[in-house]
Design a protein around this ligand. Structure first.
Ligand code: NI
Length: 250
C-alpha cells in the first residue's frame, strides 16, 4: 500500500490527463494521496478534485508565497476545512528563498494558521525552505500535529521536530546525487517518524529527475530509504503508510 502524503494534482501540468494518470497510479499500488492547496482560490479546485476522486484527500491553507495576495481569513479557512475530505491544514510554512511575500507577512499568516489547526485539531503539512531557525521556533511554540514536508534541515533539527511529536516527509531529494545531510537524517530518525511524499508534479526523484513527478514515482524514494536503512522496501511501505494513516486519519 502506497500513501503519498504531499502532492499538487490541481497543477496545470496534469490538465486533461488526470483520469489516465490516476488509473495508472491505482494499478501501480497507490492507495491514498493528500493533495495540497496553496491559497483559498485553488482550495476550491482541490476540493472539487477530492469530491471526484475517491483516493484523494485535501489539505487547505495558504502557502508562504501566497500570504501577501491571500490574507488570512479565519472564517474562510475554517469553512474550507470543514469539508469532509479535508485531512490537514496546508500547505503552510515559511520560505525565505524567494521574497514574493515579506517575512513578517509570512510569519503572521503562519501563526494564525497554526493556531487554527490546533483549534480544529487538524495536523499540518509544513513547508520550510531556507527558514529553518524561524520554522523550528514557531513549531516549538505551537506544537502542531503533522508533517514537516520535504524535510531539508540538519539531523539536530530533525531530532527537535520528532521531539515535538511531528513527522518528517521524505521526498525525491533523498535520491539526488548531491544529497549529503538528508541520507544521514533518514538513517538516524526511526522509520516510525517518517512518511513518504512526492510533491508531484515537482521534485521528481532520480531516475525521473526533470520530468513531471507523479505519486507512483514514490517507489524510488522508498527504495532509497530501504537501502539507507538496510531494511526491505515492504517494511518501508508498511510502516510509513501506518504513520500516514494515523496522522491524517485516512
Ligand atoms: Ni508542495
Amino acid at each position: 500500500m502506497i500513501i503519498d502524503t504531499h502532492a499538487h494534482y490541481d497543477d496545470e501540468q496534469f490538465c486533461g490527463e488526470l483520469d489516465t494518470v490516476f488509473d495508472e497510479l491505482k494499478q501501480n499500488g497507490v492507495d491514498k494521496i493528500l493533495t495540497c492547496a496553496t491559497d483559498f482560490e485553488n482550495a476550491k479546485c482541490v476540493l472539487k478534485l477530492c469530491e471526484k476522486y475517491d483516493f484523494l484527500y485535501a489539505a487547505v491553507g495558504i502557502y508562504p508565497h501566497h500570504t501577501k495576495k491571500c490574507p488570512f481569513d479565519e472564517q474562510k479557512l475554517e469553512s474550507l476545512a470543514s469539508h469532509k475530505k479535508v485531512r490537514a491544514i496546508g500547505e503552510i510554512g515559511l520560505d525565505y528563498y524567494y521574497d514574493d511575500s515579506p517575512k513578517e507577512v509570512q510569519i503572521n499568516s503562519l501563526e494564525k494558521q497554526l493556531d487554527l489547526a490546533n483549534k480544529l485539531n487538524l495536523p499540518i503539512t509544513f513547508h520550510d525552505r531556507e527558514a529553518h531557525a524561524d520554522s523550528l521556533e514557531l513549531l516549538k511554540k505551537y506544537k502542531p500535529k503533522g508533517v514537516v514536508h520535504c524535510f531539508s534541515g540538519s539531523c539536530e533539527m530533525a531530532r527537535e521536530i520528532v521531539k515535538i511529536g511531528m513527522y518528517l516527509g521524505i521526498g525525491g531529494a533523498v535520491t539526488f546525487k548531491n544529497a549529503k545531510v538528508l541520507p544521514n537524517v533518514v538513517k538516524e530518525i526511526p522509520l516510525e517518524k517518517l512518511v513518504l511524499e512526492t510533491d508531484a508534479p515537482y521534485m521528481s526523484p532520480v531516475p525521473k529527475r526533470g520530468k513531471r513527478n507523479r505519486s507512483d514515482y514514490i517507489k524510488y524514494i522508498a527504495e532509497k530509504i530501504a537501502e539507507i536503512k538496510g531494511i526491505s522496501v515492504d517494511t518501508v511501505y508498511k510502516v510509513t503508510s501506518e504513520n500516514a494513516e494515523k496522522i491524517f486519519n485516512f
